[in-house]
Design a binder for this molecule. Sequence first.
Ligand SMILES: [Zn+2]
Length: 501
Amino acid sequence: MKTKLQIPPLTIYNTRTRKKEEFKPVNPPYVGIYVCGPTVYSDPHLGHARAAVVFDVLRRYLTSMGYKVRFVSNITDVGHLEGDADEGEDKIQKRARLEQLEPMEIAQHYTRVYNMAMAKLNVIPPNIQPHATCHIPEQIELVKRILERGFAYVVNGSVYFDVPKYAEKYQYGVLSGRKLEELENVTRELRGVEEKRHPADFALWKKAPPTHIMKWKSPWSVGFPGWHLECTVMNAKYLGIPFDIHGGGMDLIFPHHECEIMQAVAAWDTEPVRYWMHNNLITIDGQKMSKSLGNFITIEQVFTGDHERLSKAYSPMAVRLLILQTHYRSVIDFSDSGLASAEKAYKRLIYTLKKLDTLEFQGGNVNIELEERIVKHINDFYKFMSDDLSTARAIAQLFELSSIVNQLADKGKTVREVSYEVGNLLKTQYATTLKEILGILPEEEHVDSFRLNAVLQILITIRQEARQQKNFQLADRIRDQLKEVGIVLRDTPYGTEWDIE
Ligand SMILES: [Zn+2]
């Protein structure tokens, strides 16, 4: 029986070329991945969970293939204006104004909430998580360079990217397929009073109005960077240009990623990215997720069941499996029943994992056909993963293996139909594919984030009740004893948060 695995090279659907291509790193064995992170002004929702889980599995898969991955994902804490536009208020500053807090307090809080949600989903933290506000000098340098090369202009202290000028020399819309003329016709009437020469132009630097809090000195004005600038600066700084894979949700293709390409080409005369990968969006009960439809579900609400569309709390692992049971380029519909069946499926996978541990493969009466099926399902797992990360079809192989394991286990602990060699391959590969590559763990191995958080929430509530009853001795004891084991409680305007020291 051949037990050597066959792992085909990875192919990726490249949004830039609109076709599947074999993945070849710029600088093997190193792979640079950049994924646009959250704008930290509100609780992360299911859309954030999807992008994070998809690219986490990509990273895990590349690592399993022997690549050395540097994974960079940013925190947008300035410059992202309402409606993703060049006008309007900064999303974080608006939240700060409404809640009478420092913008950095908002950004810090929601960064922590985001990272906690990702830990619960077993998403490996980025190697680098750069903040836009920590890269203002680099952003100013990039604006200078684009100005020097003649692809931007200054109006009243703001700097805009000159798209028509760019389009004279380079092709416009390479990622989104948009045409400059179409854009002009659609938006001309909507232009109103503004500083841009052309509706496709976008802000590189905005002069800040006097009421604006988050602002920095620059050669053009006291102001703040345009939203698209930070990603160009940070991926160039940490991954070099060109780098391998840039990921994000499909809603970022235009304008955000199109603008990233134009900025890099204008500055360095080279496209920044080899492979652009975009995950599709999610719907809730068949509808687009939005606050006005009442179907906006945060990640934490799924974990607590605290939403009218949910009948109960679901484990982060069920959410992770639900996300991976759909190909990343298809729409996922989240529903209570979908989550319920994902949870069942999750339990089945973990049951098999544990059952396998108890079996002793001894051979003696080997069923060659059965052994061939086992090896084929394992190889097919890798075949589908290598086919543009077809996680749904890869997971289907694990369910096939589950059926085989259950049938074998029914006959007793000692398995004679399968040799030690194939049995051992099955054991190690089932655990590797499920836990290492898909990142789906048994709950007790995932205790670090999920269960610990639940236990701490109970302690935090008891402490709050103690304070309300003026039992400060008990409240302080909870805080001090947690501190002794390295867990720090912090009282914030949002309630008590915890951190590991
Ligand atoms: Zn970005």
